[in-house]
Design a protein around this ligand. Sequence first.
Ligand SMILES: [Zn+2]
Length: 131
Amino acid sequence: MVRLITQNLLSCPSRACAYPTNFPLSFRNVEKLEMVDAEFNEEFMRGVLSRIEWQALRKSAAELGNTDLPEQGPDIAQPEAVSLDLLKTLHHVLLEIVVADGEMVCPQCEHIYRIKDSIPNMLLAEHEIRK
Ligand SMILES: [Zn+2]
């Protein structure tokens, strides 16, 4: 399943590309989005805060039509101080929006990774694979 919690950790694996310019993969031609219900787990959400690249997540969420995340990310040095409201918003964005059909495009090499039936095809041609 392609959810933002996964996409926020993905950078283009091509050997032509390097972090940070190969991140985040942009959503394009998204033809099918699904909303799923995921159980809210406050402890998990506080734990995940430090692993999120906030501005990349905001950008990707906006590409999927969700503009609920505030511009200013939470203070990850104080995860216990982050409001429940923000955690719930983040929970929805990270875990409940599923891209079922569409494309993810590398911002550097523009390789297109297709998503079909919720499964991303991250395969590259042989010459593109980082050795
Ligand atoms: Zn790339």
